[in-house]
Design a protein around this ligand. Structure first.
Ligand code: NAP
Length: 279
């Protein structure tokens, strides 16, 4: 049996082991997929020990995606553009890095939710590992101008530099959020709701037919999606579908077969129904 794992902190409540077990059952592939709690200080050591035990692939979640990229011998173009890796594939004695977050999000928004992203004036709130993963994919999906705001401005500046499209990508201070005008897509890529709470978001951001998309799911998505609903957003989407789709893309990298995602998505959505987080 091949060994897989998700690394992160905290990771105990990660849904990834359950999603991959479901994909494996459906595909008739026996896999062992564990959650391994790792912080920035012990990630490299724990990943090396996992490889020594025969680890064939790993997912990486917060706060380790940028560190994961640095531990790879080579990376895909989309991981390089994101400056972050969420999927590692063992290749001989080395790790090969990929980033499936962005394609996972775009698949969920365009496929499952039927959103046309083209030409949408977009606001991305956050510049951590998840924001880095989704920004290149949103640009490739044809959004219009992309504004990026972050609590620490140097990180939004660095992400905008990395994306390399100065005419289309605009880093701005979080404090200036009230003067940015209206958007047709607002994406919350912060973990703020897990700690100090979501920054105040003005009503002036809300454009006609705006989609409010949170990369978070569960309790952590409630404040942003409540804001979207109260502001009259046309579509309100949480990160549960993205989670399932990015996992499916990782699974396909490791096992060479694309799993069907609707069954496990439906199961997880039913369990989250009491939170009323998404349409
Ligand atoms: P990360 O690398 O630690 O980045 C966290 C981001 O949140 C940074 O931009 C940070 O700003 C911002 N932030 C944290 N607390 C804040 C506060 N109180 N006010 C304003 N901004 C704050 O984490 P990540 O990997 O990007 O993940 C972000 C969120 O997305 C997580 O909650 C994660 O669960 C979710 N996510 C979901 C999926 C999915 O598949 N659905 C995939 C990836 C991530 P600073 O730079 O100023 O610290």
């Amino acid at each position: 049996m091949k060994h897989y794992a998700v690394f992160g902190h905290p990771v105990a409540h990660s849904l990834s082991p359950r999603i991959h077990a479901s994909f494996g059952r459906d595909a008739g592939i026996a896999i062992d997929y564990q959650a391994i709690d790792a912080g920035p200080d012990d990630f490299a050591r724990l990943l090396a020990e996992f490889a020594a035990r025969g680890g064939a692939g790993a997912n990486v979640t917060l706060p380790l995606k940028e560190a994961a990229l640095a531990l790879c011998a080579d990376v895909t173009e989309r991981a390089r553009r994101a400056g972050a890796a969420n999927t590692l594939v063992r290749n001989g004695d080395d790790w090969h890095g990929d980033n499936t977050d962005g394609e996972g999000l775009v698949r969920d928004l365009t496929g499952r939710h039927g959103l046309d992203l083209r030409a949408r004036r977009t606001l991305l709130i956050g510049a951590g590992g998840a924001a880095r993963g989704v920004a290149p994919a949103l640009l490739d999906a044809g959004i219009g101008d992309l504004y990026i705001v972050n609590r620490t401005p140097s990180r939004s500046d660095a992400l905008a530099d990395l994306l390399g499209q100065p005419g289309r990508v605009h880093p701005r201070h979080l404090g200036d959020i009230g003067s940015l005008g209206e958007f047709e897509l607002v994406v919350n890529a912060t973990s703020a709701a897990r700690s100090d709470g979501l920054p105040t978001l003005p009503r002036s951001l809300v454009g006609r037919r705006m989609a409010a998309v949170d990369l978070n799911y569960g309790e952590a998505a409630v404040p942003f999606l409540a804001w979207g609903r109260a502001s009259g957003a046309y579509a309100v989407v949480d990160g549960l579908g993205m989670l399932v789709e990015q996992a499916a893309l990782s699974f396909a990298r490791w096992h060479g077969t694309a799993p069907e995602t609707d069954a496990i998505y439906g199961e997880l959505r039913a369990e989250h129904a009491h939170l009323v987080t998404a349409d």
